[in-house]
Ligand binder design. Structure first.
Ligand code: SF4
Length: 416
């Protein structure tokens, strides 16, 4: 292995489960083995040209972005690829995904993006199959970026929160100007016949003040191959906006149910709404494709612009330092990170659930919800999701609809 100049993050003193109470060595003695990483979020730029007010990187508990270099250097990127390649070789991985992320990844400029994409393919493809992706706010998505994405086959996901009013409620720049018109221009370029094959989907953060059906239809207008609806990040210590935990309401379930019914009732399939598709698959005994629901193992690592290896960004919404990894000893940081309780907690399925979740009728579908939403400063991450009531209502609604259709199909089969 080439020398790796990457470092592991500063260790934050453990305070609660899983840092205290989850014994990874004991798990391994009992036969459990961690799964190697297969997806890498590579932060090639740490700043953003927008200032969305819900952003978990800039606006929530963890402010470590302030210490990061703005742009990942070419040396650090090469070392990151070598580290990933080494990990892939040791574990004989058939394929890995690298997602260019930020901040806003397009802020690196054309030449650096081209360098990163070319080097990822040069350094990794002799070892492992590589999928390249990018998550962007779309504002800077010009023809030259699209040419580079085309040349190096970078799949592009764009963040947008619905129509102009809905999007610009939160997704504004530092001058307070809404971003919708500029994002729509970028999407218009991406969705031409020439570039549509690069379009991987849209990512929309839910605001229950936006009309749900109007929001869905504004997204569907771009004919995205997939839509991800994200619940705003929050937890038991810092509840999300419009949380129903104090008054027993379920505003996010009600919002998502309206979207589900519009999507599910469409005469032809308009797009894959990943959350709904995952819930349906899980109801039918399948596997999830995201970390929002289900009990599937998380095999994702983040590489910051200075090369530091961290856990998923969403944990930054919980407490300062939550993404940091600790390890001692020589070796590939990715291999060493697999010993971390915080990583193991994301891979042990039902063993990471709270007693409440273990007794829940939808536990295999819900899986306790997103890990970051389970946090409480009193006892860590072994809690139901702060969206528990919303998730229960949404899943039960989808299950009733799907089982009714299966019953109908079976009945019509019996009648034929
Ligand atoms: S619905 Fe609530 S109790 Fe049930 S698994 Fe999800 S978070 Fe846990």
């Amino acid at each position: 292995m080439e020398p790796v100049s990457l470092s592991l993050g500063r260790f934050r003193e453990p305070i609660s489960w899983p840092a205290v109470g989850l014994d990874v060595a004991e798990l391994r003695r009992g036969g459990w083995e961690p799964l190697p990483f297969t997806e890498f979020i590579v932060k090639i730029h740490s700043r953003c040209n927008l200032a969305c007010d819900y952003c978990y990187i800039y606006e929530m508990a963890d402010q470590s972005w302030r210490d990061q270099p703005k742009t990942m250097s070419r040396n650090v990127f090469d070392d990151a690829c070598r580290m990933i390649g080494d990990h892939a070789r040791i574990f004989a991985l058939p394929a890995v995904d690298l997602v260019f992320h930020g901040g806003e990844p397009l802020m690196v400029g054309h030449r650096d993006l081209e360098y990163f994409a070319r080097r990822a393919r040069e350094l990794l493809e002799p070892i492992v199959e590589v999928g390249l992706g990018m998550q962007t706010n779309g504002v800077l998505l010009d023809d030259e970026f699209l040419r580079i994405c085309d040349q190096w086959n970078i799949q592009v996901g764009v963040s947008i929160d619905g129509d102009e009013t809905g999007n610009d409620r939160h997704r504004r720049d530092r001058r307070g100007m809404g971003s919708y018109a500029r994002v729509a221009e970028g999407l218009a370029r991406l969705t031409t016949d020439e570039h549509r094959h690069l379009f991987s989907g849209l990512l929309c953060t839910i605001d229950v003040d936006n009309d749900p059906v109007q929001t869905y239809e504004a997204l569907a207008k771009f004919a995205p191959p997939a839509v991800d609806f994200l619940l705003p990040h929050g937890n038991w210590t810092t509840p999300p906006p419009a949380s129903g935990i104090h008054d027993g309401t379920t505003p996010h379930a009600d919002w998502l149910i309206a979207v589900f019914d519009r999507w599910y009732n469409a005469p032809v399939s308009e797009t894959n709404v990943r959350l709904f598709g995952d819930i349906i698959d899980l109801i039918l005994g399948g596997e999830p494709t995201s970390e929002t629901v289900g009990l599937g193992p998380i095999r994702l690592a983040v590489i910051e612009t200075d090369g530091t290896l961290e856990q998923v960004d969403e944990l930054k919404s919980t407490f300062a330092g939550a993404t940091k990894l600790r390890t001692e000893g020589e070796g590939n940081p990715l291999d060493l990170a697999l010993r971390e309780p915080g990583m193991a907690a994301r891979q042990i399925g039902a063993d990471a659930l709270s007693d409440t979740c273990l007794a829940c009728p939808v536990r295999t579908v819900c899986g306790g919800g997103h890990y970051a939403h389970r946090y409480s400063e009193d006892n860590g991450f072994r809690n139901p999701s702060v969206y528990c009531a919303d998730l229960l209502k949404l899943i039960q609604h989808i299950e009733v609809r799907v089982r009714a259709d299966i019953e109908l199909l079976s009945a019509s089969g019996r009648d034929e």
